[in-house]
Ligand binder design. Structure first.
Ligand SMILES: NC(=O)c1ccc[n+]([C@@H]2O[C@H](COP(=O)([O-])OP(=O)(O)OC[C@H]3O[C@@H](n4cnc5c(N)ncnc54)[C@H](OP(=O)(O)O)[C@@H]3O)[C@@H](O)[C@H]2O)c1
Length: 265
């Protein structure tokens, strides 16, 4: 691996843009080249916006050290097959749901591979990304992998199976939070607030609460600080727990995992 590796993206959609826009701020990498399936207008727009080059991936592959597969899972089998006859020294990383290092290694035997599962907050550099490394990943690969992960937020290394299990918590649960926000906004509006004011109240409440958690304080302690035993907040929490809120959330996680396993078959 070079001191400043060149990175090639196959797929130039939302996730690729989130990563290379972050990488543009880093001086730890060399050039970035992006490619996609067919949308040349999009590529031209991205080239005009960021410090990236564009090209057909098959033609420019040999000038790059790292390949990031930022395309849908369904596109992987064909691209991996084509890649397998062309890659030599490359470090191949995917961001696609369900495509772990074992799948990459099966197509690219002996090559260093990794799997990153970001979430949508990668768009603003605030992803909670999970990642797993293949068998042939060395320290030099880890260094560039960390640069890529840092470009989109925070990260945690897990086993491949743990990523399958925990993507529900980091990847799908943002939808649970947005659903929660939407429900509270509706509740606020029922007291005569405009949607704008209701939104402001809820968003800042969630932001403040998340910031307190990020500060390192325990969720249970923070909850207890707000909740006087027998008081008004306690009455609200009681309604949630009567409806089995904790169990319900776990069931939602299980449902995500069941569906993901079914889709992977
Ligand atoms: N977005 C997220 O928040 C998120 C979070 C976690 C994981 N992911 C994973 O990342 C994948 C990509 O997400 P995205 O949001 O970036 O999708 P996207 O915006 O739809 O972009 C997909 C990109 O892949 C390209 N592509 C499709 N088939 C291709 C092929 N055969 N060869 C080369 N390029 C191909 C498309 O090119 P054209 O435009 O030319 O068709 C497009 O540039 C998702 O499928 C998901 O598994 C996404």
């Amino acid at each position: 691996m070079l001191e400043k590796p060149n990175i090639l993206f196959i797929g130039a959609g939302r996730m690729a843009e989130a990563i290379f826009s972050g990488l543009n701020q880093s001086d730890a990498i060399g050039k970035i080249t992006i490619s996609n399936q067919s949308d040349q207008t999009k590529l031209a727009h991205l080239k005009a916006t960021y410090k990236v080059e564009t090209g057909e991936w098959q033609e420019v592959l040999s000038n790059h050290d790292v390949v990031i597969l930022a395309m849908p899972p369904a596109a992987h089998p064909d691209v991996l097959q084509e890649l397998s006859s062309k890659v030599t020294k490359h470090f191949v990383i995917t961001v696609a749901a369900g495509i772990g290092p074992s799948i990459l290694e099966a197509s690219l035997p002996g090559l260093p591979t990794a799997w990153i599962m970001p979430n949508t907050a990668a768009d603003i550099g605030e992803s909670m990304s999970l990642f797993a490394c293949g068998e042939y990943v060395k320290q030099e690969h880890r260094k560039v992998l960390q640069t890529i992960l840092d470009a989109i937020g925070e990260s945690e290394e897990l086993s491949e199976q743990q990523i399958h299990d925990l993507t529900a918590v980091t990847g799908s649960a943002p939808a649970f939070v947005y659903h929660f926000a939407e429900a509270l906004e509706k509740s606020a509006q029922s007291y005569g607030l405009s949607s704008e004011v209701a939104r402001k109240l809820v968003v800042q409440m969630i932001f403040g609460s998340a910031s307190m958690l990020k500060d390192g304080r325990e969720a249970g302690d923070l909850r207890d600080q707000v909740t006087t035993p027998g008081g008004a907040t306690a009455a609200g929490l009681e309604v949630l727990e009567k409806a089995n809120f904790t169990k319900l959330l776990h069931e939602a996680v299980l449902a995500v995992n069941d569906k993901a396993a079914e889709q992977a078959k």
